[in-house]
Design a protein around this ligand. Structure first.
Ligand SMILES: *Cc1c(COP(=O)(O)O)cnc(C)c1O
Length: 234
């Protein structure tokens, strides 16, 4: 397990690099949040991060959130779902998640809405858009976004705050950056139709400066904060 001093050093370094990327892009560092991605790391690692003042964590499996939340009962933690969600997980999501960034289809919106109504709560959501070339990457096709946002108006428990994407994994920075630019342009296009989508969640450990240059308001960082993951994750 990563020790507390290393974790603190990583966190400071990441925040500094984010601030530098903001300044290089002529942006105010206060506009860009870092979402620490704790997937595959155990509750002790999350506890060490809590000591640093972090309290919001990205996870890609609902079962993993449930286990960590149980182990960390008594702590105030916002769990953010960033991974592909099966519709049959909606009930657990409605109970344990503070936010979902991977909303990519109506069937899931419908299921979440029904469960949230039953729990008498609302949920912040980002719509995940597919901007990457890889077939394995999830997300709504960009051209379907305007109609999708219209349909989401039927689910008032879902508070749509913005968009999320994963860029193509490539050494070609132009290609990676084009994914991020595409998300921003889609957002700007939807603004004309009355959809306010202030948040853009894009950029990970390997590509966040490019995302910040294209307008990210949130970067999702795992490896650069917590170290490499032993078990591979999709
Ligand atoms: C794992 C993951 C991240 C973080 O990736 P790193 O490269 O470790 O920073 C970001 N977003 C999503 C959707 C992920 O699944």
């Amino acid at each position: 397990m990563i020790d507390a001093a290393q974790l603190a050093a990583n966190w400071t370094a990441v925040r500094r690099r984010v601030d530098e990327a903001c300044r290089a892009a002529g942006r105010d560092p206060a506009e860009v949040n870092v979402l620490p991605v704790s997937k595959t790391f155990g509750p002790e690692v999350v506890r060490a991060a809590l000591v640093l003042g972090l309290h919001r964590f990205g996870e890609n499996k609902v079962q993993e959130i449930r286990e960590k939340a149980a182990a960390l009962a008594g702590e105030t933690i916002d769990w953010v779902v960033i991974g592909h969600l099966q519709t049959n997980k909606a009930k657990d999501v409605a109970r344990v998640a503070s936010e979902v960034q991977s909303l990519d289809r109506l069937e899931l919106a419908e299921a979440l809405h029904r469960r949230l109504e039953a729990e008498n709560r609302t949920l912040d959501v980002l719509v995940q858009v597919k901007t990457a070339r890889e077939e394995t990457k999830h997300g709504l096709p960009g051209e379907e976004l305007p109609a999708f946002l219209e349909r989401l108006r039927a689910y008032p428990t879902l508070r749509v705050k913005g968009l999320m994407t994963l860029a193509t994994q490539s050494d070609d920075t132009d290609e990676v950056r084009a994914c991020f630019r595409h998300l921003r342009e889609l957002r700007d296009g939807c603004a004309g139709q009355g959809h306010r989508l202030p948040r853009l969640s894009m950029g990970m450990s390997g590509d966040f400066p490019l995302a910040i240059a294209e307008g990210a308001t949130e970067v999702r960082i795992g490896t650069a904060i917590f170290g490499s993951r032993s078990n591979p994750v999709a």
